[in-house]
Ligand binder design. Sequence first.
Ligand SMILES: [Zn+2]
Length: 223
Amino acid sequence: MNTPRFVILGAQGAGKGTQAGRLARRLGIKHISTGDVLRAEIASGSRLGKQIGQIINRGRLVPSSMSNAMMKHRLSQPDCQPGWISDGYPRRVDQAQALARYGKPNLIIVLHLTDRAAIKRLSGRRVCPKGHVYHLRHDPPKKKRGYCDHDGLRLRQRDDDTPQAIRKRLHIYHHETEKVITWYKERVLVINVDAHPSISIVYRSLLKKMNHIAWLSSRLQKK
Ligand SMILES: [Zn+2]
């Protein structure tokens, strides 16, 4: 039987984390968010974690060699044996090439969102100091406006969610990650999903497309 090894790609704000989480629960596989792996590696105090922490503190991008080492280790853990969906990695072609050597993906999911929609979505995002995420329009706090439902802490906008910072990230996305999509199109099955509708509509169209893949449709039916 095939083990699901998925990569989900798409611009910031396309809902990669949300869709990956749903899919992972449905298929009983592990959702691997690179951001979480990075934070865990730093928190572990490992040699690699210390190096990565220093690089991030200086505002630099983590080099591919480090991301590759970190993800190779993470995806080899027992909780990834039933399968995994990677969200946030690979970002560059050299990373995709590395991943193909140690954990060749068998499906690539691309969520499509225009820059305009991405900016609109991300600039409405608010977070509490503990990391709970809200959206001014789509997912506002229910108890008190401007404060976290879970801990009552004040919400704020992350520095990288300002329109200027978002444009910069989208620029990087178009220049680097889109090359990854092109690279994959020649090598792995790619499914494309329009990410503009609501979360549940996007999820349904994703499932519908996955149902056309024989080995996956039997797995999706089981639950
Ligand atoms: Zn909170």
